[in-house]
Ligand binder design. Structure first.
Ligand SMILES: NC(=O)c1ccc[n+]([C@@H]2O[C@H](COP(=O)([O-])OP(=O)(O)OC[C@H]3O[C@@H](n4cnc5c(N)ncnc54)[C@H](OP(=O)(O)O)[C@@H]3O)[C@@H](O)[C@H]2O)c1
Length: 225
């Protein structure tokens, strides 16, 4: 069960030693959350914790654990692993996440062909997560269009985040988690729509390559907030 006061919930980042995972950890730590960096290796998790501590240089609610311990301890489980190990990661998490919220950041691309999506039979990584984890786990997808550089530089104003989810309530929590970092979040509808945000990443990577940049992003226009 997700606690009503959002910052009372512990966030575990599976594959949190990677580029995107560390960037998200920094965003949520700055927003006052307790964050657990998950890794296949405890030493690697602790080394990422050390790295983040040096960057933020303040007292943090931050620890490192192996992935399964991190998932057990946390209320919100964030997945930031390469797509090639997405399904295996979901299978590992399945017995540990019942009743919790899973935020899937995974983009279905298979290097070296990163400028076109590599969609799973379920239709998207988000739907694949729901299919593997089952109905008792709420799944949200978000951040696929936010490069780790943007997270590291705290560039929250020039790119929006599309949030899809298995229920309105799950999306609302996802939106609050995105907004806690300072980004503008949009309710992008059910998980069936996650394919749009996921495939958009391939488009953005292509734009990055063609324009010699690293962090192309999207902005929703025409809506007064
Ligand atoms: N990088 C970005 O800017 C960005 C932006 C949006 C979305 N994403 C998506 O976010 C996900 C992570 O991206 P990333 O750039 O952070 O990736 P990454 O740095 O290449 O990998 C993230 C972590 O995944 C774990 N991992 C690697 N191989 C594994 C395996 N065989 N089994 C289990 N875990 C493994 C590693 O953690 P341990 O070795 O510690 O276990 C690694 O640190 C991807 O799906 C990516 O498409 C990335």
């Amino acid at each position: 069960m997700i606690k009503e006061n959002l910052t009372d919930n512990k966030i575990a980042i599976i594959g949190g030693t990677g580029k995107e995972g560390k960037g998200l950890a920094i965003g949520w730590l700055n927003a006052g959350f307790e964050v657990i960096i998950g890794s296949r290796m405890l030493e690697k998790a602790n080394s990422a914790v050390h790295e983040i501590q040096l960057i933020l240089d303040k007292e943090l609610k931050l620890s490192g654990m192996v992935n399964d311990d991190a998932a057990r301890k946390a209320d919100i489980i964030v997945i930031t692993v390469p797509y090639s190990v997405h399904r295996d990661t979901l299978v590992m998490l399945k017995p540990l996440v019942a009743g919790k919220l899973v935020i899937d950041v995974t983009v279905p691309i298979m290097p070296p062909k990163v400028t076109v999506p590599n969609l799973p039979p379920e239709g998207s990584a988000g739907l694949e997560a729901r299919a593997v984890l089952g109905e008792e786990v709420e799944v949200v997808t978000a951040f696929q269009n936010i490069s780790y550089e943007k997270l590291m530089r705290n560039e929250v104003t020039d790119c929006d985040v599309l949030v899809c989810g298995s229920s309105k309530n799950a999306r609302n929590i996802g939106i609050q988690l995105v907004e806690a970092m300072g980004f503008t979040a949009w309710d992008a509808g059910p998980l069936e729509n996650s394919v749009v945000a996921e495939a958009l990443t391939s488009v953005l990577i292509g734009i990055n390559i063609r324009h010699g940049v690293t962090s192309a992003g999207i902005k929703i226009t025409g809506v007064k907030q």
